[in-house]
Design a protein around this ligand. Structure first.
Ligand code: FAD
Ligand code: SF4
Length: 476
């Protein structure tokens, strides 16, 4: 697409990348999103930095293969409605991915400008703006199937994978029921990811759109306890398992016992409930005035440290056993945390929890170092002799990652992998049980929202093909 931008074809030379964030001292005062909503003029200028380079590395690096150059070009020309049409063709939640994708590792990391030292186009921010503008202007079409197909699909899990599948399946005319054990839909969009990255109203309007389109949500329903998979298979023509991964990896160290630490998700859920307007007087899960140590180096750890800062902790330290270059969390989130006052203790591995008068008082850690690099191998970490140190802590949060729960244990015939994720056919989503499909973290292990959306959309297409075949066979 030929692109006219306010800054001209070499706009990136005169217009630097700008992604305005609230000042750290201001943003730590509340749980509002830290990215300042850009003006239309700013979006036009930033989108106009795209050179339409002809080899869309950004698109290739996007798990949804979003048609980024086209919607950037249209945004630069203030053709927002058309930009929305293109953005929503490949994604069921552009305004959500635009906010929370680790763009530095995906589209923006591959942007030609980034590769050539000019700083990437702010792709995520433009995408979020397009989505928000569409909602604000009523361009987001309700789901109105052309005809009802008379078949139903049950979805286990109302996270992004389940929601994306529900969207596409309902659009095709299937009756869709989504079962979730939580009291609200959204999965980790609602109860994991904090409001300063993704405002709860942004998730809610997606849920509302599904409900308006006829998708039914059955909350407080734990599949495996309140209803069995066998019962869902009886009731529906197909079932999609999209229940994520929720078994927190636990810290194994002397001094760790009941009540000595807080699991990351438990901590985040309490704050997310407050953000959703619930009264929560629980002080055990609140960091105000406490010395907090968060153990772990992934995005969940980053969400915990930044939540603790906003709650008014006396100090917040992130303890991670490797160094900055080797941490799994997004570099962008680490930078945000540092700006907000989080201290990073790199190359420190928890060794024991110390307590005084029955309460946790410190984390004892071993100083680590990285082994010599070896071709094709991740560098090991080894303890430095005599390098132990103590971090004062009266609140220790474990953010060591998640494993799948033993869902399959309740469902004998469902095959799982050696990692307990649901086993699916190569290149698809079919499980070992006929008519049962699986998608998102439940299959991949802990991953990203954008991959869950991709899986949900693709699984819906596979379920649609399966159900159409069933209908044809029944008619034959
Ligand atoms: P989930 O979102 O986990 O949804 C699964 C749903 O299934 C849940 O609602 C759960 O209640 C329900 N469920 C589970 N078991 C059952 C059962 N037996 N019966 C009924 N319901 C059940 N990714 C990003 O891209 N960007 C980020 O910034 C980011 N931040 C994150 C922060 C945190 C704290 C965490 C934990 C993860 C983060 N992720 C992020 C990862 C991302 O949230 C997940 O990859 C994504 O949500 C997976 O989607 P899903 O639909 O597969 O599962
Ligand atoms: Fe980038 Fe994520 Fe949007 Fe794809 S979905 S364009 S990776 S922000």
């Amino acid at each position: 697409m030929q692109q006219k931008s306010p800054s001209g074809p070499q706009g990136f030379v005169v217009q630097p990348r700008r992604l305005p964030k609230a000042e750290a001292s201001v943003r730590v005062q509340d749980f509002g999103e830290i990215i300042v909503k850009p003006t239309t003029e700013n979006v036009e200028v930033q989108a106009g930095r795209c050179t339409d380079c002809g080899v869309p590395f950004c698109q290739n690096a996007c798990p949804l293969q979003n048609n980024i150059p086209d919607w950037l070009g249209l945004s630069a020309e203030d053709e927002m409605r058309e930009a929305w049409r293109i953005a929503s063709a490949t994604s069921t939640m552009p305004e959500i991915c635009g906010r929370i994708c680790p763009q530095d590792r995906l589209c923006e990391g591959s942007c030609t400008l980034n590769q050539s030292g000019w700083e990437a186009v702010t792709i995520g921010s433009v995408e979020a703006f397009i989505g928000d503008t569409a909602f604000d202007n009523g361009w987001v079409e309700p789901i109105r199937p052309l005809h009802e197909r008379g078949q139903s699909v049950g979805i286990v899990g109302a996270g992004p994978a389940g929601m994306a599948a529900a969207d596409r399946l309902r659009e095709q005319g299937y009756q869709v029921t989504v079962y979730d054990r939580h009291d609200r839909p959204g999965g980790l969009l609602t109860y994991g990811i904090p409001g300063f990255k993704l405002a709860k109203r942004v998730v809610q309007r997606r849920v509302d759109r599904l409900i308006d389109g006829g998708v039914q949500f059955v909350t407080h329903c734990d599949v495996g306890k309140d209803v069995t998979l066998a019962e869902l298979r009886e009731k529906h023509d197909a079932v999609l398992l999209a229940m994520g991964v929720y078994q927190a990896r636990a810290l194994q160290a002397p001094g760790v016992g009941p009540g000595s630490t807080i699991p990351a998700l438990e901590f985040l859920i309490h704050q997310n409930r407050r953000d959703l307007g619930e009264q929560d007087n629980d002080t055990w899960h609140h960091a105000k005035g406490r010395n907090v140590v968060v153990i772990g180096g992934g995005d969940t750890a980053m969400d915990c440290v930044r939540t603790a800062i906003r709650q008014g902790a006396a100090s917040v330290t992130c303890l991670y056993r490797r160094d900055r270059e080797n941490m799994p969390g997004s570099a962008r989130e680490v930078a945000n945390a540092e700006e907000e006052g989080v201290v990073f203790e790199w190359l420190g591995s928890p060794k024991a929890l110390m307590s005084r008068d029955g309460s946790t008082s410190a984390v004892r850690a071993a100083r680590m170092t990285l082994s010599e690099p070896e071709f094709g191998k991740r560098r090991d970490i080894v303890a430095v002799p005599g390098g132990d140190f103590d971090l004062p802590a009266d609140m220790v949060i474990e953010a060591l990652g998640f494993l799948p729960e033993a869902f399959a244990a309740h469902h004998d015939d469902l095959s799982v992998t050696e990692w307990d994720t649901v086993a699916v056919a190569r290149g698809g989503f079919a499980t070992s049980l006929p008519g049962v499909y699986a998608a998102g973290d439940a299959v991949r292990g802990a991953s990203l929202v954008v991959w869950a959306v991709r899986d949900g959309q693709d699984a819906a297409a596979e379920i649609d093909r399966y159900l159409r075949t069933q209908t044809q066979e029944a008619a034959a």
